[in-house]
Design a protein around this ligand. Structure first.
Ligand code: XMP
Length: 514
């Protein structure tokens, strides 16, 4: 079945993914592509509408990102330009845009002008909106009219004949409270979308696709991590081909306390997956012996994982595909206007496996955002226990034990981590934090217990709030709560006499300590 599709052309705005999520929330499938997407591709995609994103450039810059000159004539569908997108459209069609004397950032009040406007149907005369740009449109192209202002700045324009619209503010951010309604007017009234993108529909289509790709005989393997993405991907493939999928869940000895046994049971008993549990803890501890450097730890774990997975998968035979839980943010070709970004940490994943094993990839979630994956998971009746889980890094506790890794240190950290998470859940704070964990520090300090001097280890507790892990703030957990956790940790785990709370945000820190 063919979906309605809305195309978002990205000019490098930090909010582009947010536009996509707002469109999808209205039940409409959309894709983000770089601003230079070829015109033939646009025609082939046959979108119902096109959104031009914002971006950091100024239209007056010589090297500003632009669409092809023929774009507007060829598009033939409604266009909404947001911020930079509006300025570009105005200038390309014969109007003007200039750097503002007074830059507008943050909250502003928009005033609609009299007359009918498609974009603001059923909305009040005055609206709170969020601005974030230095330039603004000064002259309107022919056929356009001004439909809203903030102070003396033109905030919204439209040519209802050619169905072209522009807004200076960001309807996609939550600081524009009526933003979703404005987008709704554009998508439904102007583009004529009906909203045919639902979890159920997605699942049915993916199942059909997977069956067609894999055929009647072949087998697939899937690496499970215990996290949301790989579990939902596996459950979806299971619906399609049942036990012809073999899932492999590796215990690298760096999981949380009891996680291997409990998750394996959940996979088998609740999800009825065909899953093999491989306990390779010793092999991982072996390659980690005396390794202290964080990047070396990550590489050692990644390589070992590939070895273990490869040898298990080879036992199965007849395997043609590898299932991965890749998400949409991983595949969007990002518009980098500031050069390529540096590697901060090497993420452990199964990259390298498909080549080594000569496997093709099945990535059923590659069109989805994380919150959509959770919705698909709920539709597939995956237990909330898995869907609401905090993210957990591939290299596991190895990047939370500073210094070298030993089974004893893993055991100690597992016990501390368990107390912290147990208390978060007891107090209803688990769902309010995006991620929470303990870190074992490579230092000892002096303490006193009873009448004795102690010289023991320190653990740091880290709890953060975030939306996507790209940026984060430390969670303001109640002092009383922290006091209770600290006291439980020092009294219940021998070897720890000091607990500290990490109050760093990302940036400048990262979420994990290594
Ligand atoms: P950082 O520490 O880079 O972490 O701020 C951002 C998010 O990514 C998780 N993380 C990983 N996830 N493999 C993963 O699958 C990894 O190697 C890895 N390293 C960090 C981290 O837990 C946080 O949620």
């Amino acid at each position: 079945m063919q979906h309605e599709l809305v195309l978002i052309l990205d000019f490098g705005s930090q909010y582009t993914q947010l536009i996509a999520r707002r469109v999808r929330e209205q039940g409409i499938y959309c894709e983000i592509h770089p601003f230079h997407l070829a015109l033939e591709r646009i025609s082939e995609m046959d979108p119902k509408g096109i959104i031009l994103s914002g971006g950091p450039s100024s239209v007056t810059d010589e090297d500003a990102p632009r669409v092809d000159k023929k774009f507007y004539a060829i598009a033939k569908v409604p266009i909404l330009g947001i911020c930079y997108g509006m300025q570009l459209m105005a200038v390309d069609l014969g109007g003007g845009s200039e750097p503002a004397v007074r830059r507008e950032y943050g909250r502003a009040e928009l005033k609609r002008l009299s007359g009918k406007t498609d974009l603001f149907t059923d909305l009040p005369e005055k609206l709170e909106v969020w601005m974030s740009h230095g330039d603004h449109v000064t002259d309107l192209p022919e056929g356009f009219s001004k439909t809203a202002t903030t102070g003396d700045v033109i905030t919204a324009i439209e040519d209802s004949e050619r169905k072209m619209y522009g807004v200076q503010f960001h309807p996609e951010v939550s600081h524009t409270p009526k933003g979703s309604e404005i987008l709704h007017n554009f998508l439904f009234d102007i583009c004529g979308c009906k909203g045919d993108w639902t979890p159920k529909q997605f699942i049915d289509e993916e199942i059909a696709k997977i069956r067609e790709i894999v055929g009647e005989e072949r087998r697939v393997v899937c690496g499970l991590s215990g996290g949301v993405d790989s579990t939902v991907a596996a459950a979806l493939v299971h619906e399609a081909i049942g036990d012809r999928q073999t899932c492999i869940f590796v215990n690298n000895g760096l999981l949380r306390a009891n996680e291997f046994e409990e998750t394996l049971k959940l996979y088998k008993d609740s999800l009825h997956l065909n899953v093999v549990g491989v306990d390779a803890s010793e092999e991982f501890y072996d390659v980690l012996k005396k390794v202290v450097d964080p990047e070396k730890k990550r590489k050692a774990i990644g390589n070992k994982f590939i070895d273990v997975f490869d040898s298990e998968a080879n036992k199965i035979g007849g395997v043609g595909w590898l299932v991965q839980g890749t998400l949409y943010p991983d595949v969007i070709e990002s518009v980098s206007l500031r050069g390529s970004s540096v590697t901060i940490k090497t993420h452990h994943n199964v990259g390298g496996l498909p080549e080594k094993m000569n496997l093709k990839l099945i990535e059923p979630l590659r069109e989805l955002f994380k919150d959509e994956v959770r919705r698909i998971g709920a539709e597939l009746e995956i237990p909330e226990e898995i869907l609401a889980r905090h993210p957990f890094p591939g290299p596991g506790l190895a990047v939370r034990i500073l210094g070298d890794i030993t089974p004893d240190k893993v055991d100690l950290l597992q016990r501390v981590d368990k107390i912290f998470l147990e208390e978060l859940k007891n107090e209803g704070l688990y769902d309010e934090t995006w991620q929470a964990f303990a870190v074992l520090l490579p230092i000892q300090s002096v303490g006193v217990m009873g009448d004795f001097r102690t010289y023991e280890k320190t653990v740091a507790l880290r709890a953060i709030t975030s939306t996507d892990g790209m940026t984060a703030d430390w969670a303001r957990l109640p002092h009383e709560f922290l006091a209770k956790v600290s006291s439980r940790i020092t009294s219940e785990t021998r070897g720890v006499n000091r607990v500290v709370y990490d109050i760093s945000s990302k940036p400048p820190s990262t979420i994990e300590w290594e």
